[in-house]
Ligand binder design. Structure first.
Ligand code: PXL
Length: 280
């Protein structure tokens, strides 16, 4: 049985980070270990007055215990990190748990729609680039990619612009960057990836639903990480992730008023299992 360790916050209410990654990766038939980077009463998108307990001091102790136990993981997957200091500690974790045949996936969860999430600064972006340099796959949205590349954010771009961004992301040091939230026309939305070893670009699209739903980046990254861990090709992983994210957004639409804080992914988990099994 495959085993992933995911390192990100737990937002006790609001569906994102660990409360999305755990059920999604487990549904894909993969054992999911977690290292919570912070405990928040809610996520920071749209809530005010949330609590935030930083768990930076716990990460190294957990890693040392696991080292003594001889634990090994098929993939290490990081998401929202609670502080700049955590990035150095997560880099140490990579050093300890990197093997010849496991993979590292970094979702540089820091912002959306041209803006950083509450509490993040420019120097966090610089640190995040160091983490991305050590990953096999990175999964930024266009906001996060623009920030890491020092490019102005724009929501108007061509296919060539996307290819240019992907090439530049490779120059940070990651071999297979994946860009989410790609919209080349008003009818479709999806993701693009670049396999730098094969010099191959891959695009996957679904119908565009023009609503912003919170937590879709975490859903996409969790499915993608699960899929590549299961040995799916880059194209298959991209297609499964785009299809499932679309299913979740469509499922959320009738409930937007009550579900403004998250995405209705739970009713779609059966379909995810079908996607995973379809091309076995
Ligand atoms: O979905 C990304 C995310 C993860 N964790 C926390 C967040 C957000 C986005 O707002 O606030 C705590």
């Amino acid at each position: 049985m495959k085993k992933i360790v995911t390192i990100q916050d737990i937002s006790c209410f609001g569906k994102c980070s660990l409360t999305a990654a755990l059920p999604i990766i487990s549904a894909m038939g993969i054992e999911t270990a977690v290292i919570p980077t912070a405990v928040l009463s809610t996520h920071t998108g749209g809530f005010t007055g949330y609590t935030f307990r930083d768990l930076t001091g716990d990460i190294d102790a957990i890693a040392s215990h696991w080292e003594k136990l001889g634990l090994r993981f098929n993939a290490i997957y990081t998401g929202y990190l609670g502080s700049k200091e955590q990035i150095g500690i997560v880099l140490d974790f990579f050093e300890k748990f990197r093997t010849d045949d496991n993979i590292i996936v970094v979702d540089p969860a820091m912002g959306d729609s041209g803006r950083l999430y509450a509490g993040f600064t420019e120097d966090f972006v610089e640190e995040m680039k160091k983490l991305c340099a050590r990953a096999d796959y990175i999964i930024p949205n266009i906001t996060e990619a623009s920030m890491m590349l020092g490019m102005p954010y724009s929501d108007i771009y061509s296919e060539d612009d996307i290819k240019d961004i992907l090439r530049r992301l490779c120059a940070i040091g990651c071999e297979m960057p994946v860009l989410t939230g790609v919209r080349l026309d008003s009818c479709t939305q999806g993701a693009a990836a670049y396999d730098s070893e094969k010099d191959e670009f891959i695009f996957a699209f679904s119908e565009n639903i023009d609503r912003t739903v919170h937590g879709t980046g975490d859903i996409f990254a969790s499915v993608f990480t699960g899929a590549v861990t299961l040995g799916k090709s880059l194209r298959q992983a991209l297609e499964i992730s785009v299809s499932f994210t679309f299913d979740c957004i469509r499922e959320t639409l009738p409930f937007m008023d009550e579900m403004w804080y998250g995405t209705c992914f739970e009713p779609c988990l059966g379909k995810l299992i079908e996607y995973v099994n379809a091309d076995k």
